[in-house]
Design a protein. Structure first.
Length: 67
């Protein structure tokens, strides 16, 4: 994930068209995992899962690795 140009990521178009809510529904095996991720997104990013794209969440994670 290029932090200075996330739209250049390999799956940028696909990830930008999918919300975190959709992603969590498709990938989390348990309601507990979905609830934990939803709480994390709400508390750390002050957003609802339906408001945030997978690309923006991936960018946020990648930006934390910049140093």
């Amino acid at each position: 994930m290029p932090c200075d140009a996330p739209w250049k990521a390999e799956h940028a178009v696909e990830w930008d068209q999918m919300t975190m809510k959709e992603f969590l529904q498709q990938t989390c095996w348990t309601a507990f995992a979905r609830d934990v991720m939803t709480a994390l997104i709400r508390s750390v990013l002050a957003a609802e899962t339906y408001e945030m794209s997978v690309l923006s969440f991936a960018w946020y994670l990648a930006a934390g690795q910049v140093g």
